[in-house]
Design a protein around this ligand. Structure first.
Ligand SMILES: Cc1cc2nc3c(=O)[nH]c(=O)nc-3n(C[C@H](O)[C@H](O)[C@H](O)COP(=O)(O)O)c2cc1C
Length: 94
């Protein structure tokens, strides 16, 4: 897929592993959030952002928040990688 990119933030490597699997499955580009900027990302139509969960926050989500004005017309997908068992309250907060 040419028009899809996976970007991720991973402290200990778990999210990195999922992000790599996704990019391999989709045959798309992959970047760490620290190595990208909004200009680079705007050339894609679908942007998948993954981050580890820390204190019920998704690492790297600030990239979407900070650049939401430019990104709002794109297809945005977010996934989080955490260690907490499934919980409706946590999902709602996220
Ligand atoms: C300080 C700290 C806070 C964490 N908070 C959460 C949390 O709120 N929810 C959760 O599901 N997992 C939590 N975890 C577990 C991590 O999300 C989990 O280890 C994840 O795989 C880390 O992703 P990464 O390896 O890509 O950095 C926490 C881990 C640490 C060290």
């Amino acid at each position: 897929m040419k028009n899809v990119v996976v970007i991720y933030k991973s402290k200990y490597g778990s999210t990195k592993k999922y992000a790599k699997w996704l990019s391999e499955l989709l045959s798309c580009d992959i970047f760490e959030t620290k190595n990208i900027n909004i200009e680079k990302v705007l050339k894609y139509d679908t942007i998948i952002l993954g981050g580890g969960l820390y204190a019920c926050n998704i690492a790297g989500i600030s990239f979407f928040k900070k650049n939401y004005k430019e990104l709002q017309k794109k297809n945005l997908v977010v996934f989080g990688v955490g260690a907490t068992p499934y919980n409706d309250e946590v999902i709602k907060r996220l």
